[in-house]
Design a protein around this ligand. Structure first.
Ligand SMILES: Cc1ncc(COP(=O)(O)O)c(C=O)c1O
Length: 449
């Protein structure tokens, strides 16, 4: 039996899959915060190129991947699908565990799958610089790499707690030629206002997004790029699910459970969306997203319209939210601490097509250590959530079933988190119910929501 399935370069998908036309119930549109009417494309064009805005709303089922993008993705794609036999043996699993390895990209995660097309479409639209936020630093690294590929400048606002915990990510971002600032920073009006009220603020993704959006909106030659949540980001990530579908078909395997960790939802959605038509046709496939108890958006958030950022600069989007003012505890999976999730993913969860489960960080790091000591690779703390989910799903599975998870990134620049784990210093944290209730009070009231 196979231990790994590789695709040849010529088998790399040439089109992304757009789930929007296949959804049984249409997705709720993003709303203008003033009028509460669906956002006009021109409003978004202040910070995004038209090609991405079209993809955001497209009704076309398959969208061509430009040749220039394919060439760069070809630096590391297609990625292998690997059987984790030694992990299976260690947990006594009767089910097979497979993982789609997205850690082999230049940045070390799935994030370049969308960073490259986003930089490409912005370059084509005449944009000189991209501004963005980053949590764990993976997205900032990915966009820095992608901007360099298209000879563009890049500014990264990195959540202060990660900037301090993970200095090596900042160094890598600078080595790619981008600039990186801890957020809140004194570079934007919003950052300065946050620092004035709390000079020691550890920051959040919501704050860093506000800074990056403000930077883009106040500079004509600059646009904004988001590493997750938006429809076009999930679209670009479907390349992983499309490859996985081919790889499983080559083995004659039908997956029983597909698993991914969920920050904003892009790696999990990228894996599962190409399987939505199979599920709608009646095939029994579970889609299982894994999140931290410290940021339990899908498991405990409310499904309603909210802002994507703290300064309320973004349109209102319908999603599972903990409230846009949510300030997460400084857990070590920095990429899983966003207050909301991708509307497409939330829509699937709301309509019963996908499920979610939450874990504490120590049990997640235990799973990561077991993976390291059996399969040999060090996962990112975010990815470790998917591993924990896959271990539990495999233990509960029937003999012969297939559990497939997305290995979203390596943890070689997260060693300080592993150090804290090995020293027994990690604390488990569940976001308190009262804090959720309090933060949700700030959500806008939308009629019929
Ligand atoms: C390695 C890794 N996995 C997962 C995530 C979560 O993001 P998403 O849910 O958009 O895939 C991140 C975010 O930074 C990440 O760095």
């Amino acid at each position: 039996m196979a231990n790994r399935v590789n695709l040849s370069e010529s088998e790399m998908p040439r089109q992304w899959y757009n789930v929007l036309p296949d959804l049984p119930v249409p997705l709720a549109p993003p709303l203008d915060p003033q009028t509460h009417k669906p956002v006009e494309p021109q409003v978004l064009s202040a910070i995004f190129p038209m090609a991405l805005i079209e993809q955001e709303m497209s009704a076309q089922r398959f969208i061509d991947i430009p040749d220039e993008v394919l060439q760069i993705l070809g630096l590391w794609r297609p990625t292998p699908l690997v059987r984790a036999r030694r992990l299976e043996a260690a947990i006594g699993s009767k089910a097979a565990i497979w993982y789609k390895d997205e850690s082999r990209s230049p940045a070390g995660s799935h994030k370049p799958n969308t960073a490259v097309p986003q930089a490409y479409y912005n370059k084509k639209a005449g944009i000189r610089r991209l501004a963005t936020e980053t949590g764990a630093g993976q997205w900032g690294t990915a966009l820095s790499f992608a901007c360099k590929m298209f000879d563009m400048a890049c500014t990264v606002y990195m959540v202060r707690v990660s900037y301090e915990h993970k200095p090596y990510r900042g160094i890598l971002i600078r080595a790619y030629g981008a600039e990186v600032f801890p957020s809140p920073s004194d570079r934007t009006r919003f950052g300065r206002s946050m620092l004035a009220s709390d000079p020691t603020s550890s920051g959040s993704l919501g704050v860093a997004i506000s800074e990056a959006v403000e930077d883009a909106a106040t500079h004509n030659d600059t646009n904004y790029a988001l590493g997750s949540v938006l429809n076009h980001v999930l679209l670009h990530q479907t390349i992983t699910g499309l490859e996985t579908r081919k790889q499983l078909a080559m083995l004659g395997i039908q997956p029983d459970v597909l698993i991914g960790c969920v920050g904003g939802g892009s790696n999990f959605a990228g894996l599962v969306l190409p399987f939505v038509p199979d599920k709608l046709e009646g095939k029994k496939i579970r889609f299982l997203g894994i999140e931290p108890h410290a940021c339990p958006t899908l498991t405990r958030g409310e499904f309603r319209y909210d802002y994507g950022d703290v300064a309320r600069l973004t349109p209102l989007i319908k999603m599972h939210t903990l409230g846009h003012g949510f300030m997460p505890a400084p857990i070590h999976a920095g990429g899983l601490r966003y207050h909301g999730d991708a509307p497409i993913l939330c829509h699937l969860v709301h309509h019963g097509l996908a499920e979610a489960k939450a874990y504490y960080q120590t049990e997640v790091f235990e799973a990561a250590r077991l993976f390291l000591q059996t399969e040999g690779f060090l996962p990112a703390p975010e990815t470790a959530h998917a591993i924990k989910g896959a271990i539990d799903a495999a233990k509960a599975a029937e003999p012969g079933q297939n559990v497939v998870f997305l290995y979203s990134g390596h943890g070689l620049l997260d060693l300080s988190s592993y150090d804290a784990f090995l020293r027994g210093e990690l604390k488990d944290f569940a976001y308190p119910e009262e804090s959720i209730k309090e933060a949700l009070k700030a959500c806008p009231d939308i009629k019929g929501d």
